[in-house]
Design a binder for this molecule. Structure first.
Ligand code: PGA
Length: 252
């Protein structure tokens, strides 16, 4: 089955509201003709409504970089799935390695967030990936297995039909180091078979698996040509519309 290519931009903690709107406007123009590619940008919570308004009616979708798993309540500083959905956003990035590293996120909290996102009408993008030490100790597959199994625990294939997985080796994020095509190919094939084992071959065949970690125009082509890579989660290079569009256009 043909999976629709997906290129997502994670803007992290960059850009004020006006800056985010300016970038989004440029992207709307540049993405007027992106064929079948699905494009998503994830600005900060503060800019999400502004950017969602700005891209409405265009080819670009928006997503949040995180969410909290409770529906509402006295949770100072947190944002719910319903609040994100109400901005017109479709996606939520969950369990990004920076959330795991700096904000104490675990596979268990990621799982609660995946469930909350689905219940709130958002499509979850679950991020997984090994650290450099884990790769050196040959624990990559063990770690990925745990992150996927625990991150999706208790959820069925119907609930997960809009799931996107993002494989982002921690050692390749923001470092300029990219996994080589052999490493990416090996992991994406492994993830495809893991999804098949946990759910079904049909489910596995439908789920998009993105690669993330220092994706830029210079390396996008070889990464995007790998059979089981269905797109990219792009950090740094997504901040600049001229670079981001070059990555998107590899799929045209
Ligand atoms: P990077 O970030 O492209 O800047 O490495 C990727 C990510 O964190 O999603």
């Amino acid at each position: 089955m043909a999976r629709i290519p997906f290129i997502a931009g994670n803007w992290k903690m960059y850009k004020t509201g006006p800056e985010a709107v300016e970038t989004a406007r440029k992207l709307v123009d540049l993405c007027a003709d992106v064929g079948k590619v699905e494009v998503m940008i994830a600005p900060t919570f503060l800019s999400l409504a502004l950017v969602s308004d700005c891209v409405r009616g265009s080819r670009i979708k928006t997503g949040a970089q995180n969410l909290y798993f409770e529906k509402e309540g006295a949770f100072t500083g947190e944002v719910s799935a319903a609040m994100i959905r109400a901005t017109g956003s479709e996606y939520a990035i969950i369990g990004h390695s920076e959330r795991r590293q700096y904000f104490g996120e675990t596979d268990e909290t990621a799982c609660k967030k995946v469930r909350a996102a689905i219940q709130g009408g958002l499509k979850p993008i679950l991020c997984i990936g090994e650290t450099e030490a884990e790769r050196d100790q040959e624990k990559t597959f063990l770690i990925l297995d745990k992150q996927v199994s625990d991150g999706l625990k208790g959820l069925g294939p119907d609930e997960l039909r809009d799931l996107v997985l993002a494989y982002e080796p921690v050692w390749a994020i923001g470092t300029g180091k990219t996994a080589d095509t052999r490493q990416v190919d090996e992991v994406h094939q492994y993830l495809r078979s893991l999804l098949s084992r946990l759910f079904s071959a049909d489910f596995s065949d439908r789920i998009r698996i993105l690669y993330g970690g220092s994706v830029k125009p210079e390396n996008a082509k070889e990464l995007m040509n790998i059979k089981d890579v269905d797109g990219a989660l792009v950090g740094g290079a997504s901040l600049d519309p001229d670079k981001f569009i070059k990555i998107i256009k590899y799929y045209l």
